[in-house]
Design a protein around this ligand. Sequence first.
Ligand SMILES: Nc1ncnc2c1ncn2[C@@H]1O[C@H](COP(=O)(O)OP(=O)(O)OP(=O)(O)O)[C@@H](O)[C@H]1O
Length: 265
Amino acid sequence: MNEILCAVRKLSVTYGKNGGQATALHAVDLDVIAGERLAIIGESGSGKSTLACAVAGLLPEGARMEGKISWPSRNTPPVPGRDIGFVFQDPTASLNPVLTIGEQIAEGARQHLGFGWKKALDKALDLLNQVRIPLPERALAAYPHQFSGGQRQRIAIAAAIAARPSFLIADEATSALDMVVQAEIVSLLDELVRENGMTLLFITHDLALASGFADRVAIFENGHLVERGATQTVLYRPQTAYARSLIANHLDLASPPLLSGSPPP
Ligand SMILES: Nc1ncnc2c1ncn2[C@@H]1O[C@H](COP(=O)(O)OP(=O)(O)OP(=O)(O)O)[C@@H](O)[C@H]1O
């Protein structure tokens, strides 16, 4: 078995909310194994993004964290942006509308790998090829609004991996896309993670989407980690009623139920 990249122990996170306190995570224990594709699954508000932020050291000011997050194979915690790359749901929010695609992707390589502009732009061109943006030379000088939503997400992925992070966190990275484009982005992430030997934390409300490619899944309910294991094991032998209900309903947790109430007699 591969080594542990990140060990989360008894992690609780509480936010100050409306003058009170809200606990987003309750005593979570979870290992992220180097090189794995780990899916974090749960409905909206179950604490998935909070876990990602805590792991990346990016909890907002005012959040109170208890427990421990350690990186057994590293001497120092990873630097977000350099050692950990992020892909978010909305690529328009992570891409700057007034900078060219080339500048935005090259910036990561300049800042974190010490590349000059020429080398960083060459790297950006390579990455645009890797994420399969058509006419990549032309794309370098174009702006985000000139691309489709799926292409913008590919560009955001290229920017996220420009500094060669060993750990990639994709937080609902496909949720804003239609189903065909979702599947393409998942397959691209899967391919990039394998080719570059990265570890992937794939956060989603969509168990079906995650189970298609994740090595392991961790299911969250109301801030509690309720079930985790190899994807096949959890799918075929779920241990908790919650996991069983997700699988039985083949749930996309963001979808409202089609019908409410009891069926007619
Ligand atoms: N900055 C914050 N300040 C106050 N409360 C927060 C903050 N961020 C998250 N929360 C609360 O913490 C809980 C967990 O939120 P979190 O975003 O981690 O869940 P999630 O599973 O990622 O949800 P979603 O899929 O909707 O993003 C929710 O009740 C949310 O309202």
